[in-house]
Design a protein around this ligand. Structure first.
Ligand code: FES
Length: 294
């Protein structure tokens, strides 16, 4: 049995849903404003915010643990623990926002990840208290204990990101495996006006939407967690052109560029070039999202 197989068992433990589901519902009730959710997901920077902030929190705590080993460095270690505690607030907020839009298996691991981090923060609070009372060695002991628990929490977070693909770009493969050459997908007139439709191009599914003689084509697999976008709805994107709304967690993508209007997705949908030849619609994958087609 490999150590991380046990984490997979956590993901397959429905008993955790008794905690995970109410927590998810509470986050949805608290986080109502779309602009706040988008900010916490990291839509504004095109990358999940939680792992970026976690660098500061984990880095501060780990550095404090090392300084506590060295002579005459307890004061900077204390300052680093204080920085870690303050940065943990936005780090946790961003994490909870992502958690609420995860799937069940991710949320089961997520509650254990959050519990470990909660214990870690309690340990660091005890460490700061001991240091404030002049008991610096006791404070260092609390700090090392908290760091050990935090390492478990961070490992669980890494498992969620790398093994369960939470926060990963699920449409990343399109520019690599979608056909670069023009590929026939059927008669252009067969497509109904404004209807999201799925077409297969080479090995990949594509969402196609017709507007008169204009055809929009995006990767059908949502960048957030692989939902089929052709089952979503087409809406007006607040003055940013027509958009598709993901049927699972409500990410909104522009039809013309694939860019993210609202999260939880932070990566844009890969797009396809379109043309009509002899009444037949042809598609070819564009380069990496945000990079002009050659
Ligand atoms: S799969 Fe979650 S927003 Fe699309």
């Amino acid at each position: 049995m490999r150590p991380f197989d046990d984490i997979d068992r956590l993901a397959k433990t429905p008993a955790l849903d008794r905690i995970a589901a109410p927590l998810r519902d509470t986050v949805h009730k608290v986080l109502k404003r779309q602009d706040v959710k988008d900010a916490l997901h990291g839509v504004w920077m095109g990358h999940p915010l939680h792992p970026v902030l976690a660098q500061l929190t984990v880095g501060s705590f780990a550095s404090a643990g090392m300084l506590d080993v060295l002579p005459r460095t307890r004061r900077p270690a204390t300052a680093l623990i204080a920085i870690g505690m303050v940065s943990a607030v936005p780090t946790a907020a961003a994490g909870w926002a992502d958690y609420a839009d995860g799937h069940e298996e991710q949320q089961r691991v997520g509650v254990v990840h959050a519990a470990a981090n909660g214990v870690m923060l309690a340990g660091y609070a005890a460490s700061l208290l001991a240091r404030a009372r002049g008991r610096s060695f006791k404070g260092a002991l609390w700090g090392w204990a908290a760091l050990a628990v935090g390492t478990v929490g961070a490992s669980l977070g890494g498992h969620m990101a790398y093994h369960q693909a939470m926060g990963a770009n699920h449409a990343e493969g399109y520019p690599h495996i979608g056909p670069g050459d023009w590929t026939d997908v059927g008669a252009a007139d067969e497509l109904e006006e404004g209807e999201p439709t799925r077409r297969i191009v080479g090995d990949v599914g594509v969402l196609v939407v017709r507007r008169g003689r204009t055809f929009h084509a995006l990767a059908d697999r949502c960048a957030h967690a692989s939902a089929p976008l052709h089952e979503g709805s087409i809406v007006d994107g607040d003055g940013r052109g027509e958009c598709v709304v993901c049927p699972w967690h409500g990410s909104v993508f522009r039809l013309d560029t694939g860019s993210v209007v609202h999260g939880p997705a932070t990566a844009p949908q890969p797009t396809f070039r379109t043309r009509v030849r002899d009444g037949r619609l042809e598609l070819a994958v564009t380069g990496y999202p945000g990079v002009p087609a050659s």
